[in-house]
Design a protein around this ligand. Sequence first.
Ligand code: ATP
Length: 222
Amino acid sequence: MPPHSSASPEKLLAFFGGTFDPIHYGHLKPVASLAQHAGFDQVILLPNNVPPHRPQPEANPQQRLHMVELAVAGNPLFSVDPRELCVDTPSYTIETLETLRKEHGEHCPLAFIIGQDSLLTLHRWHRWESLLNVCHLVVMARPGYQEQLDTPALQSWYDIHRATDAQQLKQNPAGFIYQVNTPLLDISATEIRERRHAGLDCSDLLPYAVERYIESQGLYRE
Ligand code: ATP
């Protein structure tokens, strides 16, 4: 069950993990809208390593980190935490969040942002059931993905933890799932890479500074 409300609202920090190969408006615009809706004080982007058995990103870790930094430069809502890219091995999200929980103390509300597609596969993540012990999950809508979870057990887990009001995120350190009807942007990093490989323009899908960097590095062309 979600924990009981604390008396005084605290600063609400939200972390947003991703491969970001590359970062795009489908990440940035829904998150900005979510931040307004849910009252996030800060969104911290956490670019991650990809386990060796999964298809590897085309951009290297330094390039992905640089693209994330360029995408949010000058925007006070966002900051970037490179910790997962600073180690050679892929980090499990739960372990990073447990470390963040220790760093911020037991009372600070922490949220982890995911898209609807990630919610649908969350039960395959390492120790996924521990996630709500250390953070809230905040879910962004994503076009093309069903709302219903795969099994009645997962659906009931979701229903038990669902927050009906964004205030619950600020009033509790962890334990709730909050879903917001963020703007639907049918954009994926896969589409951007494919467009680049086909020699097509991507300027409507990602910030200009990121597009320029991609061009200067010759990314997603081979
Ligand atoms: P790829 O196409 O390479 O799989 P992606 O575009 O899905 O990449 P990721 O870096 O894997 O991007 O995604 C990071 C997080 O952002 C995930 O939780 C994902 O669900 C979410 N996300 C990505 N694109 C969107 C989008 N268009 N709308 C909502 N959420 C999104």
